[in-house]
Ligand binder design. Structure first.
Ligand SMILES: [Zn+2]
Length: 334
């Protein structure tokens, strides 16, 4: 297949704040993104190549697309982490990174991780939104290419506000066939945000947040903060990554809060810079930024999987959270 050309790109070495997109958001195109069909074919190929990998269909989207769980479970007693991508269909580079991570698990790089931890990946929970196969108009969306991508599912519902009621088939599949079935200790929910979130007028490559519902115990929040510390250290040490604190609310309809308290899972939200498509110019980010954002996703998944597998996550220093600046909006044109 011609899919996944992004995976061979080297990581961009530029600092994000003055990176290649300064003065504009670049060429906004969807042509370089994996389609749902590319993703399904990739997962099938990987499960044939990787004896330790199991590929499960956990349900179907509104439009009937199979939803996948890729899992590596050697011993249920070991710690288990779930990586979730693309609840919002227009936030695709997280999925591209997750697919590269899946490929790495099948190589020598993955062996130590798989010895120490169980890995679950649910990539592209919202394939209808990702393919623009929805029952509402996407006229006015900015990206060029043969499809548009949208935040919502086919019924124009935000899946990441549906974790309490669970009225949509995509969230039902996740809860009934992943969260209720597996004993999950950690979860990272991967998203993209607008292109102009900044710290001191320097654009962030991403922002993170732990559970903030008052129903989360101090211990649960602390475990979540440790997961965040592993991500922060991995990205901050690259030289090109800049991480801020996300300003998020306390609603349990979102996974960061809802999954934490319902299933006692230490959770982390990671909001990467810029979306693949949107109606607003301030939200989209062009293909030239894809390399470092995919690399950031791979780093996030690999560093946390390793820290959970070797137990070092338990000793992660969470004090950085006390001084981590909350991101602010900085549009140079405003
Ligand atoms: Zn999102």
């Amino acid at each position: 297949m011609s899919a996944l050309p992004l995976l061979t790109l080297p990581a961009a070495a530029q600092a994000v704040g003055k990176g290649p997109e300064w003065g504009g958001n670049g060429n906004i195109t969807t042509a370089h993104l994996s389609t749902y069909g590319d993703l399904a074919a990739f997962l099938q190929k990987q499960t044939e190549k990787q004896p330790a990998m199991e590929l499960t269909v956990i349900g179907q989207s509104v439009k009937g697309r199979d939803l996948y769980l890729a899992s590596w479970i050697s011993d249920p007693a070991k710690p288990t982490i779930l990586y979730l991508t693309q609840q919002h269909g227009n936030e695709q580079l997280t999925t591209e990174g997750a697919l590269e991570f899946i490929k790495h698990l099948g190589t020598g790089r993955g062996r130590d991780v798989l010895d120490g931890a169980n890995i679950l990946v649910v990539p592209m929970l919202n394939p209808d939104g990702a393919m623009g196969d929805v029952d509402f108009s996407l006229d006015g969306y900015i990206a060029h290419g043969d499809r548009h991508l949208t935040r919502y599912n086919a019924r124009e519902v935000d899946l990441n506000r549906d974790h309490v009621d669970r009225l949509q088939p995509e969230t039902q599949a996740l809860h009934e066939n992943v969260l209720a079935v597996h004993d999950i200790d950690y979860m990272i929910d991967l998203h993209h945000q607008g292109a102009y979130s900044a710290i001191d007028e320097e654009w962030v490559s991403g922002s993170i947040l732990h559970p903030t519902t008052p129903n989360a115990s101090a211990d649960l929040v602390e475990r979540s903060k440790r997961l965040g510390a592993v991500v922060y250290d991995a990205v901050d040490s690259t030289g090109w990554g800049l991480i801020g604190k996300y300003a998020g609310g306390s609603a349990e309809t979102i996974s960061r809060n809802g999954l934490a308290v319902e299933y006692d899972i230490a959770t982390l939200l990671f909001e990467m810079r810029g979306m693949s498509d949107h109606e607003g110019e301030d939200y989209v980010l062009g293909a030239r930024s894809s390399g470092y954002l995919i690399r950031q996703t791979v780093l996030t998944l690999e560093s946390t999987a390793r820290a959970i597998a070797d137990g070092s996550v338990d000793a992660a220093d969470t004090s950085f959270w006390d001084t981590l600046p909350t991101q602010e909006w900085h549009n140079p044109d405003e």
